[in-house]
Design a binder for this molecule. Structure first.
Ligand SMILES: Nc1ncnc2c1ncn2[C@@H]1O[C@H](COP(=O)(O)OP(=O)(O)OP(=O)(O)O)[C@@H](O)[C@H]1O
Length: 303
């Protein structure tokens, strides 16, 4: 790092498509070495945010700065590597040819053979790009994003189409990149990936930042806890559904699963019903459940 400016600085950034506010007054700073997951339901504005970040779209208002410069300047200087969802790969060229081209275009390139090996595409280097499987094409996109020594790596749903093994190998490689001090920003629908990989999670909803913190902080923000237990005999559902602080309940066979905003009070009331729950477990929400709870609460507020 040769500068102390933030890696990414969004200041009151907005972008609308007609009536749709895809990004709505977004203010955000990313610092060196962070691994950041960008989460949000479909249409939340994740891809638009990444497009604005990369200078592929211009904001209607506000400013986007990368390393204290414009996105274009940062990209020309080779400071940003990106892997986009829709990035079409050139037909009729081989994987090796494409990677060599990406290396040739990068101001601080790595050796093409190293790039191929790191992305796990050395074995298919001579394959035509238009003959690849979905997961292989994703790996090639990853190779292109890491063709040179960039300070920021931006990935839009990078593991879509990858099988489990490929996905694990991909994240191991990504972690190496982060350990070397690079900033990694990735949009994903796989919340378990965000939980496992990111040290910071951003939740976007209708173009606005709904939550920003570690996965643990996001889970705590959702406020709810999970309660699970078994009951013997025929379960009388009505009193269970009336338990205090309940936000959801699922009863299947002898097992009851509850989400509650005050687990202590809910469990107390459960015993107050004269029931004898077995295998009682109380746990925090997973990131996925926290995400659903936070975005559902926001939807309810706006409707
Ligand atoms: N080129 C466009 N023209 C019109 N509307 C658009 C365009 N691109 C995006 N939108 C709208 O802007 C909003 C944000 O879209 P965006 O693709 O940024 O969301 P996303 O969070 O990436 O969604 P997904 O998870 O489905 O990929 C959506 O309502 C979408 O329909």
């Amino acid at each position: 790092m040769t500068t102390t400016a933030p890696v990414v600085a969004f200041d009151q950034v907005s972008k609308a498509y007609g009536e749709v506010r895809a990004v709505d007054g977004l203010t955000l700073t990313l610092r060196p070495g962070e691994t950041v997951a960008l989460l949000g339901p479909n249409g939340a504005g994740k891809s638009t945010t990444l497009d604005l970040l990369l200078g592929l779209k211009q904001p209607d208002g506000g400013s986007v700065r990368l390393f204290g410069t414009t996105p274009r300047e940062a990209i020309v200087a080779g400071r940003v590597g990106a892997m986009l969802q829709s990035g079409g790969l050139m037909d009729e060229v081989t994987v090796a040819e494409l990677v060599r081209l990406a290396c040739a275009l990068h101001p601080k390139p790595y050796k093409p053979n190293d790039v191929l090996a790191r992305a796990g595409v050395a074995q298919i280097a001579d394959r035509k790009v238009n003959k690849l499987s979905g997961g292989q094409a994703q790996r090639v996109r990853f190779a292109l994003a890491t063709a040179g020594d960039s300070d920021l790596i931006v990935l839009d749903e990078p593991t879509t189409g990858m099988d489990v093994t490929t996905r694990q190998a991909f994240w191991a490689t990504m972690r190496e990149q982060a350990d070397q001090g690079r900033t990694v920003l990735f949009a994903t629908h796989y919340l378990e990936e965000a939980d496992a990989i990111a040290d910071r999670v951003l939740v976007l909803h209708r173009g606005r930042l709904l939550a920003d913190g570690t996965a643990a902080e996001i889970k705590a923000k959702a406020g709810a806890r999970r309660i699970a237990f078994d009951l013997d005999g025929v379960i009388d559902e009505a009193p269970l559904r009336e338990l205090p602080f309940l936000t959801s309940i699922d009863i299947s066979a002898q097992t009851v699963r509850i989400q509650s905003t005050d687990a202590d009070a809910t469990v107390h009331a459960l015993y107050g019903l004269g029931l004898y729950p077995r295998n009682l477990e109380v746990a925090g929400l997973g990131l996925e459940q926290a995400f659903v709870a936070i975005t559902a609460a926001e939807e309810a507020k706006q409707s």
